[in-house]
Design a binder for this molecule. Sequence first.
Ligand code: SF4
Length: 306
Amino acid sequence: MLCVSNLSVDFARYGQALGTPAAIRSLDLTVDAGQILAVVGESGSGKSLLAHAILGLLPSNSRVGGSITFKGQVLDQENVQALRGREIALIPQSVAYLNPLKRVGSQVLRAATLSGLEPTQAAKVRDTAFERYGLGFETQRLYPHQISGGMSRRVLTATATTGNASLVVADEPTTGLDQKTALESLRHLRELANNGAAVLLITHDIEACLDVADRVAVFLGGMVVEIAKAADFSDTSSLRHPYTRTLWQALPHNDFMDAPAKSYKATTANQGCVHAGDCPQADALCGETIPAWREMNGGLVRCHHA
Ligand code: SF4
């Protein structure tokens, strides 16, 4: 359904040449119909840029390389605009995406109408979405400031999914939610995948995503360094990349073992392994050459020495 190949994103800065550092580089991933691919990594590592690149929402000073295809068609600025909100839906990171001056019912209705539905059908879809996400009919009349953060998230999910999109990009859909509401939000994504959608779930919460994801892409410094099955995380020795193991072991339920001393900082050079500055196994080759993808134990890894 979605294929991202050798994607790079960098930005022109005032008084500075393009190209250093790249926010995303050599990024590859695929998402299939009926599946959830979780993209995990540290907060602030640029994961949301991937969502914005797919949706064609990057700022005008960005430069994009590589290719993004959807159902075999290369996405460019023109066709992605026609697909957005219909075939491709975004569940944004911030509830600030809701219009504070409009009742939430009318916002979901507008999304259904923009997806191409007739007014009567759009109203039915809105009502069904409110029921499906447990919002209650009376919620439709409320403004965003009158509902809780969890309800706002559900409204955003309803807004994004009224058009029965084939691809749903969920950008940190659990941020700011209590555990129960976060799990509920993730279960809604699982439902969408079970109904045939391809779901790209961008999150910093590895533990929570494992309950619903089929595969996990580990994001580091603008690259995906490993694609593992969700089940691989039940045994650390099944994980292939040194960074994935460190990230997983640093979680509270793993007793913060081997927690990284510092957060990853993007290198200024667009060469070599992104983990070379922190990796205990790094050698000269790691600093010079970006590792190619290798198949390993049913997953994929980019490491010279995995
Ligand atoms: S390529 Fe080298 S630096 Fe990168 S993760 Fe593997 S061993 Fe570490």
